[in-house]
Write a protein that binds this ligand. Structure first.
Ligand code: ZN
Length: 344
């Protein structure tokens, strides 16, 4: 299997985020890549770098899932922010168009509030380079599958599934899983995205909500009690041409692997009716019982079962890393998933 990680991804490493109103060390940092690489090594797998982290082709593909003004914002906001009198080193929003808003602002503070959904998406000087490199890894994995590989993996950090057409949220800026699906769509008419992250993949859902060519399904802790709070209900089923092509299966907080695997079966049964020709797995590992974001209670062995089940679909597959935060189990969880996937 081909596996990708670009060293520039380390350039995005904001030290803090806001947790229950208090600044806290960010769990989404380079340490994750270290632990995830260790898990891959334990599974006998090694990473290689995509040839380039920034190409016109990547930018063009990103333009199919994100708005131009959002991409411009991500690239230019840090420098414009620094030019404001008294600005902090990190771009952080302090005003939001809650309930909507009619006008897209010109001012950097207004734009930060428009595009940055929460306080887990702080932007440092080198962030854009790291964010783009993460997307380049997803693109490289999808291209490997387009080139005939049965499966490929991208160690994407920062992750992507909370990033919508023009919104960053939950540590996510560019939607790497949606990008992988976009690349697969260049050859496959129908692509499915299965999101097994602890959190609802709200950005992915928003990007494809009105499209009938990319099916999206997500298993996650019930958003009534959990981030991202405002999306992820079972009644969100798509609209227009996308009606019926989005499935959410929220699980009660604290659900275990038995409940998760049963829900995965339901999700895959619904996905089969769509008859996908290729698959993207939005591969979060934060549903593990020890994850600091603490929502579900999967064991390490449950990830082996998830990997085996997904490989059993026998579809061309791109595995895109989403969440999963530093614990003693993180490397083991990815090891178990990859062992299950490659043994099937
Ligand atoms: Zn997550």
């Amino acid at each position: 299997m081909k596996l990708y990680y670009h060293p520039d991804q380390e350039r995005h490493a904001p030290p803090t985020f806001l947790l229950r109103g208090a600044p806290a060390p960010s769990p989404e940092g380079p340490k994750r890549a270290e632990l995830l690489s260790l898990g891959l090594a334990q599974a006998g797998l090694s990473l290689s770098a995509p040839a380039k982290a920034d190409t016109p082709r990547l930018r063009e593909r990103l333009g199919r899932i994100h708005s131009d003004r959002y991409l411009d914002f991500l690239e230019t906001i840090h420098a414009r922010w620094q030019a404001l009198p008294g600005a902090a080193e990190l771009v952080a929003p302090n005003v939001h168009p809650c309930g909507g808003g009619h006008h897209y602002p010109r001012h950097p503070v207004g734009q930060a509030g428009w595009h940055l959904h929460d306080m887990a998406c702080l932007i440092a000087a080198d962030s854009f380079r790291g964010i783009l490199a993460s997307a380049a890894s997803a693109e490289a994995a999808a291209e490997a599958v387009l080139g005939g590989e049965p499966a490929a993996y991208a160690l994407c950090r920062p992750p992507g599934h909370h990033a919508g057409p023009e919104r960053a949220g939950g540590f996510c800026f560019l939607n790497n899983s949606a990008l992988a699906a976009t690349v697969l769509r260049e050859r496959f008419a129908r692509v499915a995205i299965v999101d097994v992250d602890l959190h609802h993949g709200n950005g992915t859902q928003d990007i494809f909500y009105a499209r009938g060519d990319v099916w999206t399904g997500s298993l996650h802790a019930d958003p009534a009690d959990f981030y991202p709070f405002f999306w992820g209900g079972a009644d969100e089923t798509g609209e227009g041409e996308g009606q019926g092509a989005n499935l959410n299966l929220p699980l009660p907080l604290g659900s275990d692997g038995v409940a998760f695997l049963a829900a995965l079966e339901r999700l895959l049964a619904a996905m089969a009716e769509f008859r996908p020709q290729a698959l993207v797995v939005a591969l979060g590992l934060d549903a593990h019982k020890d994850d600091p974001l603490a929502g579900l209670r999967l064991e390490t062995e449950d990830f082996r079962a998830i990997g085996a089940r997904l490989a059993g679909l026998e579809l061309p597959t791109v595995l895109v890393q989403e969440g999963g935060y530093p614990t003693e189990s993180l490397a083991d969880n990815l090891h178990a998933l990859m062992a299950g996937f490659t043994a099937a």
